[in-house]
Design a protein around this ligand. Structure first.
Ligand SMILES: [Zn+2]
Length: 290
């Protein structure tokens, strides 16, 4: 459907189309004509929505900061989950994982060979030498922020330590790719996978990043293994996560058949993950939740 130059813009800003998203649409049209995959309008957030997601992301970052001093040897992941639940409620926010597609807890806590979606439990105690990912999504005033961090407990094997710090570097490399708009998701995946492979690691394929902000999971899917110039173009206004899961051994993973959530490495070797929520702007990506 064609919008007139003086009609209100489709984005809901209230501005005239010609002074809002007309040039943007022309840019996308030209990219499409060159064979690129372009985002749908649903993937483009308004400035008002981005402000809401920014606030939710600040709250999510705050929750991870809050839990950090409690992530120590001897604590159960069930206790960490309860602390996150109580704290999140106390600041008028909602732990978004709780009840999502039947998920039973407020946060995912994944230890060693658990790649992601580890379910907190009073029976799971952090011990010396563990590497731990805490992945938190918070809903605040209707918007979502999503990020995860690694924690190292006590005396961690140097090879595992390097996996943790290299995985953080892989995330930073993905962010660096997005220093200007109109790069593609394939560019991100290519950069991350190239770096990880050089270090001798393998990158998980089945699970990746995603659009986020108005829902907990939105399109597009953000693969951490890609080819340059392929997959969706990242246009200003898109909000998404980069969250590489990098394995010391094989990239192959499997899901726990009993709980239906926990993802393990096939070979029992450790996996690390870091995640940001990001917004693409006219001047490149900005980190919202970390
Ligand atoms: Zn507009």
């Amino acid at each position: 459907m064609k919008i007139g130059r003086n009609d209100p813009c489709w984005c809901g800003s209230g501005k005239k189309y010609k002074s809002c998203h007309l040039a943007f649409d022309d840019k996308l049209e030209s990219l499409k004509n060159r064979g690129m995959v372009i985002p749908t309008r649903k993937m483009i957030k308004t400035p008002e929505q981005i402000e809401g997601i920014r606030e939710a992301s600040k709250v999510n970052t705050d929750v991870l900061d809050f839990i950090t001093p409690f992530v120590v040897e001897g604590v159960s992941t069930g206790e960490l989950d309860r602390r996150i639940y109580e704290y999140t409620k106390s600041i008028d926010a909602i732990p978004a994982c709780l009840g999502y597609m039947g998920y039973p807890k407020s946060v995912c806590i994944s230890i060693n060979d658990v790649v992601c979606h580890g379910i907190p439990s009073d029976d799971t105690i952090l011990k010396d030498g563990d590497i731990v990912n805490i992945d938190c999504t918070t809903k605040y005033k209707g918007y979502y922020g999503d990020s995860s961090r690694m924690f190292m407990i006590g005396d961690v094997d140097p090879v595992w330590q390097k996996l943790v710090t290299d995985t953080k570097q892989a995330l930073d490399i993905g962010v660096e790719v997005c220093k200007e708009p109109w790069v593609t998701i394939g560019d991100i995946g290519y950069a991350i996978n190239t770096f990880a492979t050089k270090q001798g690691y393998q990158v998980v394929r089945e699970i990746g990043g995603h659009g986020v902000g108005l829902e907990i999971h939105e399109d597009p899917y953000v693969s951490h293994v890609g080819r340059p110039g392929t997959d969706c173009v990242l246009a200003p206004g898109m909000v998404f996560t980069i969250e590489p899961m990098i394995n010391l051994g094989t990239h192959e993973v499997y899901q726990d058949a009993d709980d239906g959530w926990t993802i393990y490495t096939d070979d029992g070797q450790p996996s690390a993950q870091w995640e940001y929520t990001l917004v693409m702007t006219d001047h490149g990506v900005e980190i919202l939740a970390h």
